[in-house]
Design a protein around this ligand. Sequence first.
Ligand SMILES: [Zn+2]
Length: 383
Amino acid sequence: MKNFRLGAITGIPVYANITLVVFIPVLGWLLSRSQQIELYAQLIEGLVPYTFDVGVLQSGNTPLIIGTVGAVALMASVLVHELGHSWTARHYDVEIASITLWIFGGMAHMTELPEEWNKEFWIALAGPVTSVVLAVGAFGVLQVVPESPLVVFLVGWFAVVNLSLAIFNMVPAFPMDGGRILRALLARSRPYAAATQTAARVAKFLAVAMAVLGIFAGGPMLVLIALFVYVAATSESRATVLRELLRGFTVRELMQTDVHSVRPETTVRELRERVLSERHTWFPVVDDGGDIRGTVTLDDLQRAESETRLEDVMKTEPATLSPDADAFEVVVAMGEHNTDHVLVVENDSLVGVISAADLLEAIEILEGVGVSDRRPPVPDGYA
Ligand SMILES: [Zn+2]
């Protein structure tokens, strides 16, 4: 789904998912309803040593102000929570590619997930800790602000929201923070992949429990979150198993060196003939000087006129890797470029190609022969 760039904080780009265009107004509207205001006012009255007039909050434009400021404050709280993760990750030299805000909160995208249990533990814990700090700060402010019902309500709401964020994120269900903390703790005494599988099993169990609760208690949001947790836990556990399987192998060992490349000035008609005779479905485009210009697939050919030159239909900026890169990088590159083929480049020239089919074949073989003894020993710290 589409993301809009909002700006950057300390060099980290911040994006908002398009779903927020609908979600923030709905959230604001829900919050501005009399019933909700009364509910939260009761909660907030417990945080201050006096009572305040709820009627004032429910009259005139005040509900509108509460809805708007409240919804924005929630998103700001989520953003600061993600910054807590991001700054801690930076401290451990784990690069943060971006932060995306969406309806389930925020997501700090790391360029790679740390496998050392202590790094993951502290990075995951930093988010809930940040939210608790914000909640405690808001609670402190609440004790000194003037006794205006609106001000007290908004500061109180900020405290409640941040405390809820901290508690919710500590549920030990992947990929929520609590799940990552659980995996980090499990990884102290067992291999990372085994820790991931156990944490993922716990997450799936909790997801099913959340879904059942959501269905019977009538909480559609809870059912959605359960679904999200289930899918994410499954894919993360698969990715980890794959990484473990490919550990110790390089791109060179996976690549095909029999490369069928085409020239940029070749026409679509000429290539269609080659597709039939060579039974190949995609080709790297390389010019006379040996420069890699792009890739062309059957899809690109379908829409094109016969006499169009390939340089006008090819995809530029293909996924490329060095032959010495880790084999798991192939999985990452295919995901990042949303493609099913990677070019292997050494000293600026094309030395091989890897397609999704090659990757799957390698995985099948590795699964068939079991764990290879060529794998290097697992470094200290997370064995
Ligand atoms: Zn978090």
